[in-house]
Ligand binder design. Structure first.
Ligand SMILES: Nc1ncnc2c1ncn2[C@@H]1O[C@H](COP(=O)(O)OP(=O)(O)OP(=O)(O)O)[C@@H](O)[C@H]1O
Length: 382
């Protein structure tokens, strides 16, 4: 049945990636546990998997950071199988001269959004908690990625929006610094604003629909943790909008707000409204998590967000995402992490790093587990 599709990463081959010079691994289609001391190269394996599904690392902002010191190129090659039996291979290579190249079944992929959309992955790493503690940008990134995984058009719209925003900021900055005359600046703004309004409205429209859809998955996963509380996510943007509004309404409200802000934008020399300033507000029983929640509540919220994303993508894409859990036993505490695995573990394929080989004890019965020891960039069956 289509609904039972499960995407599986069968194997990976990694060359010159962080401290892995040449690593080859055949995975279990259920739980994979990587164990080793600090700085041995466990997280690097998850990063390599992230290159296959997202074309980049969840930890490094530049491909140069993962390129092994002293090597001229790195390469990650993975074979995926979908439940209907068909296989897909992905190769990501990087070198100084050619930059990054991505191949899907040996064919060069021009738009990386194709990969992001095709191979759903959900990642929980120590850095994911920035969604809870960090800036609005950290929250936007979390949700933007989920929308992009769902809909590849979103990536293109997002990149176009950023280009238009940069142009607009250049003009506003030039007016504020008196590099161009006010009338000339206003003429230029008028040229860009129609597109700016269009793209802003497109992104806001998608985001508001995404959240209103996602919230149900989130609430039910949160309640699965047995907390007798009601958890909420609110999308916060500068215009009044609801999931019932059509695109035209969103666009016209945005236009009105932009007109209202024009003199202030000219004075400040920067774009003051748009989806690049949105945020997501997390609440428990009506109060804001960031201000009032305990560490434990924050952790449960974060796990619920991650699991909700997993089940949301699974249902919407009719394909089970793979799940990368980096150091979660230390980050979340063992009980919370095990509970999470008991919900997800028998549904999908999971990759976990830990410093302790026995961390899954008590769970072995229900799962197909493969354990690996990671030592100085080399991987051995445990
Ligand atoms: N570009 C690079 N080239 C070579 N080695 C690197 C590069 N970047 C990082 N390293 C090294 O590779 C290793 C990466 O370890 P990794 O982050 O995978 O650790 P880990 O096993 O997950 O440990 P921890 O439990 O501390 O998170 C570290 O020893 C690090 O110093």
């Amino acid at each position: 049945m289509r609904d039972e599709n499960k995407m599986v990463l069968r194997s990976i081959e990694i060359k010159n990636f962080r401290n892995h010079i040449h690593t080859q691994i055949e995975f279990s289609d259920n739980l994979n546990l990587f164990v080793g001391g600090n700085a041995q190269g466990k997280t690097s394996i998850l990063e390599a998997i992230s290159y296959l599904c997202l074309t980049k690392s969840f930890n490094a902002n530049s491909d140069f950071y993962v390129l092994n010191f002293g090597s001229k190129f790195f390469e990650v090659f993975g074979k995926f199988r979908f439940d209907d039996g068909h296989e897909v291979s992905v190769r990501v290579s990087f070198d100084d001269e050619q930059g990054k190249k991505v191949f899907l079944n040996r064919e060069n992929v021009e738009k990386f959004s194709t990969i992001i959309n095709k191979l759903p992955v959900v990642i929980l790493t120590p850095r994911t908690k920035e969604v809870m503690y960090g800036s609005p940008e950290d929250r936007r990134k979390f949700f933007d990625l989920a929308i992009a995984q769902l809909n590849s058009v979103y990536v293109d719209e997002f990149l176009d929006y950023k280009k238009i925003l940069r142009q607009r900021n250049r003009i506003l900055n030039a007016i504020a610094n008196e590099e161009i005359k006010l009338e000339q600046g206003i003429d230029l703004l008028d040229v860009w604003d129609e597109e700016f309004i269009n793209y802003s409205a497109k992104l806001i429209f998608r985001k508001i629909r995404f959240i209103s859809d996602f919230i149900g998955f989130f609430k039910s996963t949160y309640s699965n943790f047995g907390e007798n509380e009601s958890a909420e996510i609110e999308y916060s943007t500068q215009i009044e909008v609801s999931a019932q509004d059509d695109f035209e309404t969103v666009r016209e409200r945005f236009r009105a707000m932009l007109n209202k802000m024009r003199s202030e934008e000219i004075k400040r020399g920067v774009t003051l409204i748009g989806p690049h300033r949105d945020d997501y507000i997390f609440k428990i029983n009506g109060w804001e998590v960031r201000k009032f929640a305990s560490q434990g509540q924050m952790k449960t919220f974060l796990v619920a967000l991650t699991m909700a994303k997993f089940f949301y993508l699974k249902e919407k894409k009719l394909e089970t995402p793979i799940l990368l859990l980096d150091d979660v036993f230390a980050e979340l505490d063992v009980e919370r992490a095990k509970k999470m695995l008991s919900f997800i573990g028998n549904v999908g394929q999971v990759f976990i790093t830990a410093t302790d080989l026995d961390v899954l004890s008590g769970m072995e019965g229900g799962f197909k587990i493969k354990k690996f020891i990671v030592n100085s960039g080399r991987v051995f069956d445990a």
